[in-house]
Design a protein around this ligand. Sequence first.
Ligand code: BTN
Length: 347
Amino acid sequence: MQAAAGGAGGAVVFSRLAGEILDILRARPGEYVSGEEIARQMSVTRTAIWKHIRELREFGYGISAGGKLGYRLDSIPDRLYPAEIQAGLTTQFIGRAGIHYYREVGSTNEIARELGEQGAPAGTVVVAEAQVQGRGRLRRSWWSPPEKGIWMSVLLRPGLPPGEVFLLSFATAVAVARAIGSLLPLEVRIKWPNDILVGGKKVAGILLEIKAELDQVHYVVAGIGLNANQEEVDFPSELRSRATSLRQAFGRPVSRVHLAREILTSLEEEYLSLGHGGRERLWQEWRQFDVTIGRQVEVVTGTEVYAGLATGITPEGKLVLKLPGGEVAEFAAGDVTLAGVRGNPAT
Ligand code: BTN
């Protein structure tokens, strides 16, 4: 298992031995495991065990030392450490090749793109506790405060032609919506193209970036930003009316690790299904979450605003609007405002 030691500014990873000790303690919840037994299992000295227990404590793990009894894992820090996300992760490739964990980055999408350029394998994940230059759709910034959300990017190398990569943005939205809905009793909705709403407010957004030539996709970075544990006062005032967090909606703090794991799992399912021709399944799922079709909406594209009835999505993922004069307009991108719903454009 990839564990979590930090190089200044670089990915934070604790040592392999610390990771192994963690696995041993995790497998015996609530129990003391003697230093001797751990040392024997790992074929290292007891002094080495002590050193790596100290390392784990520095990473925030609560580990009691009970003299001869040994060590017991009492608490796990609320951090998106790779070792935590990977514990119990059942995916085939997403998160398997490596999860790169940072305390703070400019943008996880940027790091994932660099890894993509360097030939990192499909399924590589980049996750950070904070982003200082988080990017949103339509060249907006994405507010990403420390330890409150999931700021995560997944590197994919789909066999899709470039013109079909847009499907991945819908697939990622469905994956995030499904993941939230499977862990929390919340009604999750998707507003075209891929804003995730809870209680009418935006709780998550997706930014897909692609490197392709005319006929070949080199890689895609699926960036996911999820507001998990912010309280209302944490949000900048200009976001409060349109953004929310799972904690606000659920009434209690949520486990970011569980959510991250679930998102990776459902993202892989959606991705593999698409690769096996599962477009119809994707649209069916998307429609189950969709809050746009059949509603009066406003679409803002740059400086233009169009009001009309959202009647459908084209096979290319464009939003179809019936305008008041009866004409039909299609939109490949834009911000949608739902009549009578507060949750609105990107945060
Ligand atoms: C949107 O505007 O709705 C999309 C927001 C996407 C934010 C995520 S956070 C992780 C990844 N890194 C970024 O810089 N952006 C995406």
